[in-house]
Design a protein around this ligand. Structure first.
Ligand SMILES: *[C@@H]1O[C@H](CO)[C@@H](O)[C@H](O)[C@H]1NC(C)=O
Ligand SMILES: *[C@@H]1O[C@H](CO)[C@@H](O)[C@H](O)[C@H]1NC(C)=O
Ligand SMILES: *[C@@H]1O[C@H](CO)[C@@H](O)[C@H](O)[C@H]1NC(C)=O
Length: 235
């Protein structure tokens, strides 16, 4: 009975953050090793088990330095909350020293926000990395590698969660309130990430989390977010 309760209470929390954006875009990498294409990393199965058709694999050799794997959103910018990585089982040493970026360009070395940089010791081959940034690309980057083969990237599965800029909700189907600065909000709850635009609020006061004017709307505007101007408001 206890188990049943736990399942029911945790389920909605996990699904609400699991909108995977990798169906919307393309994957590329620095070089291909024997048909292990970059797209393999965004296709199931969700596992660390390696095969050339299930994982990506960049070319080996010191000339392949640096190695990178990149995902480009087809719709422009996304607010990236988390990036989930399943690396090849038994090869954590190749993952050692990797960096993960959110960027607005495909420049190498990456020019953007460093979501994560692996520290000393071998990393876990399965990781969920928080990024909480806006970007058009996600880049897994490795310029370390051993003295024999240079850096090699073998990604068996990657999921990028978040929403297209301007949208939120479990399936990213809700539009962010127009009172949010740049109509931009957090994918999980619609909060105005960059604050709210208080022009239509009494005393210019609004709540950054909800986007609502805390003391009401100035004359001529109605609605929770004071977004309704010359329209009929039915409460
Ligand atoms: C990408 O561009 C947007 C809009 O200009 C900006 O807010 C964001 O911080 C940029 N992202 C990165 C990773 O530089
Ligand atoms: C999200 O999409 C799934 C699959 O299409 C659907 O079953 C679910 O009801 C949707 N959830 C919401 C909150 O719209
Ligand atoms: C929405 O989520 C963000 C990130 O987790 C958090 O900082 C913010 O406080 C939340 N807003 C509300 C209204 O819960």
């Amino acid at each position: 009975m206890l188990l049943v309760i736990l399942i029911y209470t945790t389920y909605p929390l996990t699904v609400s953050t699991q909108h995977n954006l990798t169906p919307y875009g393309t994957a590329t990498q620095s070089s291909n090793y024997e048909g292990s294409l970059p797209i393999n990393a965004i296709k199931p199965p969700i596992s660390n088990t390696f095969s050339r058709t299930m994982c990506s694999h960049t070319g080996a050799g010191l000339s392949s330095k640096p190695a990178w794997w990149m995902f480009h959103f087809s719709f422009g910018s996304a607010y990236i909350t988390d990036i989930q990585i399943y690396y090849r089982a038994g090869y954590a040493y190749r993952m050692d020293g990797f960096k993960l970026y959110a960027t607005n360009t495909s420049t190498i070395p990456p020019d953007g926000y460093l979501c994560y940089e692996d520290g000393p010791g071998h990393p876990s081959i399965t990781q969920t990395i928080s990024c909480n940034h806006l970007g058009q690309y996600v880049i897994y980057y490795d310029d370390t590698g051993d003295g024999q083969f240079g850096p090699i990237i073998e990604l068996c599965y990657v999921a990028i969660t978040g929403c297209q800029k301007g949208m939120w909700g479990p399936n990213c189907t809700e539009a962010c309130s127009s009172i949010c600065v740049n109509q931009h909000c957090h994918p999980e709850n619609g909060s105005c990430i960059w604050g709210c635009d208080p022009q239509r609020c009494v005393n210019r006061r609004c709540d950054t989390n909800t986007g609502a004017c805390t003391e009401g709307c100035v004359t001529g505007w109605v609605g929770q977010y004071c977004t309704c101007g010359k329209c009929k408001y039915v409460s």
